[in-house]
Design a protein around this ligand. Structure first.
Ligand SMILES: Cc1cc2nc3c(=O)[nH]c(=O)nc-3n(C[C@H](O)[C@H](O)[C@H](O)COP(=O)(O)O)c2cc1C
Length: 197
């Protein structure tokens, strides 16, 4: 499990020509829908985008790798070949939106873990323009909350232990390898003394 989780990184460059079938995307959504959900509300719905025409319309609305300020995102030919648009169905919400957002984190992690097993990589994109939703006839009860970009990875991504707890910015080296600093296990632990009396 450690190896699977370590391998399931965020990828932002892909072999765009390698399409992902609708059946495969359905299999991945099937994993997303089985995740834990506060109050078992399961308020998420997913739309698949895997035609080159629609992918081309979605792409300009996405924000890529904020820390890589001199990189504008993947070039033509290395862009995602599919997207999963994640919509919050407000009619199905049973509690506050924060709870629903936790559920989406779990759901998309299931999806990305399953995708990696098929050698498909992905990137969750929260930084999308509100204009993305304008591409579609949106009913009032649906709210676009996250985009998962998918494709056959075309870059090497490695995780490493962060050296500076105040600097967790990912970076690319001169060979184009993408480095993701992760806080050490020690730094992730907190040990509070018990309050007396
Ligand atoms: C909720 C969420 C939103 C994210 N939004 C974006 C985004 O808008 N653009 C982007 O390039 N990466 C985005 N990412 C990817 C993160 O930058 C990435 O997870 C982080 O750099 C750690 O890399 P790792 O996923 O390989 O561990 C998002 C990740 C999450 C979980």
């Amino acid at each position: 499990m450690q190896e699977k989780i370590a391998k399931t990184r965020t990828f932002r460059k892909f072999f765009e020509k390698e399409q992902i079938s609708t059946a495969t995307l359905h299999d991945l959504i099937d994993l997303a829908r089985l995740g834990g959900s506060a109050r078992n509300g399961q308020p998420w719905q997913y739309m698949l985008v895997n035609t080159p025409e629609l992918c081309e319309k979605v792409f300009p609305h996405l924000g890529w790798a904020g820390y890589l300020s001199d990189w504008k995102g993947p070039e033509p030919g290395e862009r995602p070949s599919a997207y999963v648009l994640c919509f919050l169905n407000k009619k199905w919400m049973k509690g506050p939106e924060t709870e629903a957002q936790f559920d989406l984190g779990i759901a998309t992690q299931n999806l990305l873990l399953g995708a990696m097993e098929l050698r498909i990589g992905g990137c969750r994109i929260g930084a999308f323009s509100p204009k993305l939703a304008d591409l579609f006839q949106m009913p009032d009860h649906l709210q676009l909350s996250l985009v998962v970009a998918l494709g056959r990875p075309r870059e090497t991504v490695i995780i490493e232990e962060s050296q500076d707890e105040d600097d967790i910015r990912y970076w690319r080296d001169e060979h184009g390898v993408h480095h993701v600093p992760k806080r050490s296990l020690e730094n992730c632990m907190v040990d509070l003394k018990e309050r007396k009396g």
